[in-house]
Unconditional design. Structure first.
Ligand SMILES: N[C@@H](CCC(=O)N[C@@H](CS)C(=O)NCC(=O)O)C(=O)O
Length: 229
């Protein structure tokens, strides 16, 4: 690839892509997007993506771009190289703790994948409980907000905003109880949902695409929503 500006190789539903998009927007960095179909990965993509996954960040450099893979790596690179507001704490100990919570976000996404794709009722319940436990742990970590670390938006917020976005549709379909009584987590969800960088990280048809994804997987979540109707 030979790009003129930073280019984020994307997929419309990918939460890891959204992390990078949010960080780019928060830092006021101009970038382009190139969407790919993960069910029919183009050859040019397979040649440059070591794990065959999005996101990739193509960084203009001489005759051919440097390609970065793995969302956390991309976010850290942007933090180190781009201006704008720092998204990590200056204190090394606090920064290390934030990186731990970013990893906690990835683990939450792994639970979410099972929750949204399984056709099996028992497995769905296991994942529902795992997600409830994750958010209960977060409730204990949060302070007065509105963001993870208080008044300043951080990298941990960029990781959790795409996690919470799933639930804008999922909770409308079926009241899972996952967020019951989690006052701080619920306030955090609301603050993230209206942040411009978060809103701009997906296209307007995001919810339609997510619904189509659930239908393609014949997700148990849809069966629960039919029961609840
Ligand atoms: N650890 C990776 C995870 C990225 C990832 O799982 N991306 C998914 C889409 S959300 C993907 O590209 N999947 C394609 C595949 O596994 O074939 C990161 O943080 O970037």
């Amino acid at each position: 690839m030979h790009s003129k500006t930073l280019t984020l190789i994307s997929h419309h539903l990918c939460p890891y892509v959204q992390r990078a998009s949010i960080v780019l927007s928060e830092k006021g960095v101009a970038f382009e997007r190139r969407y790919i179909d993960l069910s029919a990965k183009p050859d040019w993509f397979l040649r440059i993506s070591p794990l065959g996954k999005v996101p990739l960040l193509a960084v203009p450099r001489g005759r051919s771009d440097a390609i970065l893979f793995e969302s956390a790596v991309i976010c850290e690179y942007l933090e180190e190289t781009q201006g704008g507001v720092p998204l990590h704490p200056a204190d090394p100990l606090l920064r290390a703790r934030h990186r731990g919570w970013m990893e906690f976000g990835s683990s939450t996404l792994a639970d979410l994948w099972g929750y949204e794709t399984t056709t099996d009722e028992a497995l769905f319940e296991v994942r529902r409980q795992a997600l409830a436990a994750k958010f209960t742990t977060l409730e204990q970590e949060l302070d007065d907000g509105p963001y993870f670390a208080g008044s300043q938006f951080s990298m941990v917020d960029a990781v959790f905003a795409p996690v919470f976005r799933y639930f804008e549709l999922f909770e409308a379909l079926f009241d899972s109880g996952i967020f019951d009584g989690l006052v701080r987590v619920n306030a955090w969800r609301q603050a993230l949902a209206v942040r411009p960088s978060v809103m701009e990280a997906v296209t307007d048809d995001y919810q339609d695409r997510l619904m189509a994804f659930l239908c393609r997987h014949d997700a148990h979540l849809l069966a629960r929503s039919r029961l609840a109707a």
